[in-house]
Each structure stands twice: as C-alpha cells, then as structure tokens.
Design a binder for this molecule. Sequence first.
Ligand SMILES: [Fe+2]
Ligand SMILES: [Fe+2]
Length: 290
Amino acid sequence: MVMDSAKARRKIESTQDLPTLPTVIGKILDMANSPMTNAADIGRVIEQDQALTAKVLKLVNSAYYGFPGQIRSVQHAIVILGFNKVKTIALAASVFDLSKGRDSNLLDLPAFWEHSLGTALAAKVVATKLGTALQPEDAFVGGLIHDLGKLILALCLPKEYGDVFEWLLANPSTIRKAEREVLGFDHAQVGDWIAEKWRLPMELRNASRLHHSPTQARDDREMVFCVHMGDILARGFGIGSPGDAMMEEVNLQSWQHFNLDVPFLDDVSGLLITEMKKAGDFFDLIAQSR
Ligand SMILES: [Fe+2]
Ligand SMILES: [Fe+2]
C-alpha cells in the first residue's frame, strides 16, 4: 500500500531503530564547513575518540595511501594527507558502524556496505578522470552514503520494505521502481531525509537524492554524475551487492553533457581495478563492523 511520504518520514525519524551518526562525525563535518576552523582543531576532535583514532590510523597507514606504517597521529596524518582526505577516512571509518549489531532479512549488510564502498572508490576515479573542480575525496564520500536510504528503510520500515522485495519477485524491475510502486517514494528520497536530519552538506544530500536521476541536478552536477556512474560501475564490477538484481543504464544525457567517450570508460575501469587492489583495509573495516 502506498504510504503518505510525510507520514513515512515522521515514522522513520521517530523510530528507535533509526541509526545515529556519531557526534564526532557531525562535529567534523560542521568544522569542515567553517572558515574559522584549522586542521589542528579537527585533528584534536578526532583524537578525543579513541576507537575512531585507531581506525583512522589503520587506514592512513594502509597501502591505499602509500605511507605504510609511517603516520603516528591524526595530526600527523592531516599534515601529510591533507584535511580533506582525513575527513573522508574518519567518515568511512564510522559509516560502516551505522548497522553494527543489527541484522536485516532484507539486505545482506556486509554486501550492502561493499557496494557502498565500491561506489565510493568508483565515484572517486570518475571524479579524478573528469578533472573538474570536484574533489575526488568528496565524490568518495558521496558514493559511500548514496544508498543509505535503503539501509534506513530495511532497519526502520522492515515490514513495508519487505513488501517492496516481494513485489520485485513478481515484477522484475529496478528497486527504485518497486519502491515507488509499493511505497510511493524511493530510497534516494529517504537518503535525502536522513542526510538533512544529520545536517550533512547539500552536495551529499544531492548525491543521495539524485544518483538515479542525474539530469535533474541543478547544483552539484559533477558530484551527482560521479556517484551515478560509480553506482553502475560498482555493480558492473560485482563489488558487493546493492540488494537488488536489475542493473541501471548510464544516463545518456549526462554522459553527453560531460562529453565522454569509450576510452574514458576504459581509463576509469583501469583506475578502479588499481584502487580495488589497494583498498583491502577499507574492506576489512566492513568485516569488523558487524
Ligand atoms: Fe540507489
Ligand atoms: Fe547503489
């Protein structure tokens, strides 16, 4: 039965099952947006959280960043890698814990997070190749959070979301179409609600809301397109599982807007394979956050 979306939003936001973003991450994102903040302040905030600090140090010293075993503190990491990368790492280290200790009979949670991470890695390489003003690290974060709406639906409205999966069995289609058909809204919209509640930056809200309809983007067009492509590439490369079987096509209008060709896709695919080989420690984090 189609739900009233405002009511559904209230229900989701008031349930005890709603995952919460760690306060430290909210603080870091706020500080990142403030011109009054310096890198040392942010390093200190991360270092107040011991568990987060340990994870950040593990990642900054992983093969992915190319300084194995040399970075001893978060402050040091910020000096070497820059604040933007360290912010991304802190967010990645926390986001997989959103479903810690939880289970779902609708989504295979580790496979869902692998899909999110695969999308993040792919969105980052697309951003790198596009060569626009969009920071590849920001595209990574967009990829990481793009399908959060699915997680929220599976954890907060399991019965209603179960109906979506049942509908899909009888009507092979994209999950987004099934969500709209059965619920009257989709996971992209739910991701936007939650990103707004968590006061995430607008570009991340747009990454979530528009990753299946990139031509609707008025702002943050590059971000939305990189996440859209990243999602499709992660599926194409079989990285994790987004929870449904039907693969979407690349949005042709966006493809043309950015003037892309087949060699672009070859380059991006090559880069993604290299990134995947180095990203083992990121995938380990998913295994550890069950
Ligand atoms: Fe999606
Ligand atoms: Fe996805």
